[in-house]
Ligand binder design. Structure first.
Ligand code: ZN
Length: 569
């Protein structure tokens, strides 16, 4: 038989393949840790504080020093969705924390879903004071405009996450995600999960959604009942390290702490009114510690990573740095100290994983959803610009050219960086390039505005890097007709914002984030090749032996040990 030698060859090849494949078993646990607003340069500028988790990551991990988001609008919902799916906002659709829905004429949050309801852990313990916008969301708070949504779900996420694919391709594994923010926990998990938890600011309790569970998850209830976060009521936020080790000064210019805090350490929870407590608690290291303790409890309750032949997924997004960063800015002692405390939090988490799972049997990725801009400094020529000024300038230009609107306004809504127009005006502009230019000229003459991009003209193949970046972050049905791009170091926000600074720009301080891999199959080292958070999901998927349907990142092959490299593509 002529086929015989060929068959033998195939058999030998298959045997060789199965041997190498078994040499690198898939991880039993995939861990994704996001530190919200952790800018890449913090790894070096705050180096005097690393002696726990961050030190382990830098010493034993694969550190991609040039990791950067390639798209223009860098915020929480877009960042977490990108990390979780390995795709860009143009594909996963989560272009921003909120966008204007042209059909319902409502501003929707990215996880809003009127068909879903909130499942709360316990009755509200304290009621948070109403905050302008949502306090710590990027510029462009909700204001008085109508808002949609009752509950939250992954409905608006248009791509499958790594956790989704793990559940489908390697059934039996658990999916657990935790954050103070619903848009972080939900998007890290994707379309299902065993425990998908966040802190419901309005109710002052932890919560999940009917999209994930029909009743409170017993494992979570057990933890929350035993250690409610109100136990931190006497907490005093003091410096983790001797004050001489801090590079940032206390009480810096432009800080905007929450009432009743001042810019000076210590910051107390003691004495906070019931209405202030939840708002202040999430701005202290106690909140990160609490989240990590919840994660540890769930690792134990579900025995994550402790069974053979399945791969669990644990996603944790630490939000405190973002809440503090918005109020105090990246050059504050508060931000430096939250990062220092986070080092301890990561250290205890990694120690627990090493103990319960074993370093070789889990793989962990550490990254951030975005960075942050410095606090505006008029003395240096970096100011802040209100979105209302931009909206008024556009409205005025359109009225000059087209007359007053039939009803309401030509500008339907502005939510940084998107400018939404009435349907009639959108149609007219499509055939009127001169008016498009007139609007662009009017807005770019405002101080602090670099560009006003007309989105129908965006192309991901443009030779203009800014146009390309904007195209990668755009979804036609969710983005506005125009995108505002501020000048470097300028901050855009609503009039009377409660924040000192924000993020969202296409500049390095917002796009450049840590990307460190640790654990089984990972080759430690420092890597200077181009990388992006879109690479995280495909790389972890390759290690776990699952395929992602749509991917816009690459497998970070150079950081994989040979066994993992040759068998997992
Ligand atoms: Zn933020």
């Amino acid at each position: 038989m002529r086929l015989r030698p060929l068959l033998r060859l195939v058999a030998v090849a298959l045997l060789a393949w199965s041997l190498t494949a078994s040499a690198a078993a898939p991880p039993r646990l995939v861990v994704v840790i996001v530190a919200d607003q952790f800018r890449a340069d913090y790894l070096t500028t705050f180096a005097s504080h690393w002696r726990a988790g961050v030190q382990t990551l830098l010493r034993d991990g694969a550190n991609f020093r040039r990791a950067q988001y390639p798209y223009a609008y860098t915020d929480t919902c877009a960042g977490h969705s990108t990390i979780a799916t390995g795709t860009l906002p143009r594909t996963h659709g989560m272009i921003a924390d909120s966008w204007w829905d042209h059909e319902t004429n409502l501003l929707v949050d990215c996880t809003d879903d009127e068909a879903a309801s909130i499942i709360s852990y316990g009755s509200p313990l304290v009621v948070a004071a109403p905050v302008a916008g949502r306090g710590a969301t990027p510029a462009g708070g909700r204001g008085a405009a109508p808002v949609g949504g009752a509950g939250n779900s992954p409905r608006n996420l248009l791509a499958q996450t790594l956790a989704d694919e793990l559940r489908q391709q390697r059934p039996g594994g658990r999916v657990v995600t935790l954050s103070l923010k619903e848009r972080a926990a939900i998007n890290l998990a994707g379309h299902s999960g065993d425990a998908v938890m966040w802190f419901d600011e309005a109710a002052g309790t932890f919560a999940t959604s009917s999209a994930f569970a029909s009743a409170p998850v017993p494992e979570v209830t057990q933890f929350i009942d035993a250690s409610p976060y109100v136990k931190d009521v006497g907490f005093v936020w003091t410096l983790r390290d001797p004050s001489t080790t801090y590079r940032n000064r206390d009480a810096g210019v432009g800080e905007r702490p929450s009432n009743p805090w001042s810019g000076l350490f210590p910051h107390n929870l003691e004495g906070a009114t019931a209405a202030q407590y939840a708002n202040l608690w999430r701005r202290t290291p106690a909140a990160d510690v609490y989240l990590a303790r919840m994660a540890t409890a769930l690792i134990d309750a579900y025995r994550l990573g402790q069974a053979e032949n399945k791969t669990d997924f644990l996603g944790i997004s630490f939000s405190t740095l973002d809440y503090v960063g918005h109020q105090f800015g990246p050059d504050s002692r508060e931000v430096e100290d939250i990062a220092a405390h986070l080092d301890d939090v990561l250290g205890s988490l990694i120690a627990h994983l090493d103990d319960k799972v074993g370093r070789a049997k889990y793989v962990l990725a550490f990254t951030a959803d975005h960075g942050v801009a410095p606090v505006p400094s008029p003395a240096k020529g970096f100011g802040s610009l209100t979105l209302d000024d931009v909206r008024e300038r556009i409205e005025e230009t359109l009225r000059n050219r087209y007359g007053p609107p039939d009803k309401d306004a030509h500008v339907a809504r502005i939510y940084y960086p998107n400018v939404y127009l009435s349907p009639a005006i959108r149609q007219r502009l499509a055939a009127d390039p001169l008016t498009v230019r007139a609007v662009q000229d009017a807005v770019t003459s405002l101080p602090g505005v670099a560009r006003l991009l007309y989105t129908p003209e965006l192309s991901d193949r443009s030779r203009d890097p800014l146009v390309r970046a904007a195209a990668l972050g755009r979804a036609a049905t969710r983005s506005g007709a125009f995108l505002i791009v501020q000048k470097r170091n300028w901050v855009l926000g609503p009039r009377g914002t409660a924040d000192a600074t924000t993020h969202g720009s296409p500049y390095d301080y917002d796009q450049h984030v840590p990307l460190i891999l640790l654990g089984g199959g990972i080759r430690r080292g420092t890597y200077d090749a181009a990388a992006a958070p879109t690479d995280i999901a495909p790389t972890l998927a390759a290690l776990a032996g699952v395929t992602l349907a749509k991917v816009e990142g690459r497998v970070l092959q150079e950081a994989l040990l040979p066994d993992s490299q040759t068998t997992r593509r």
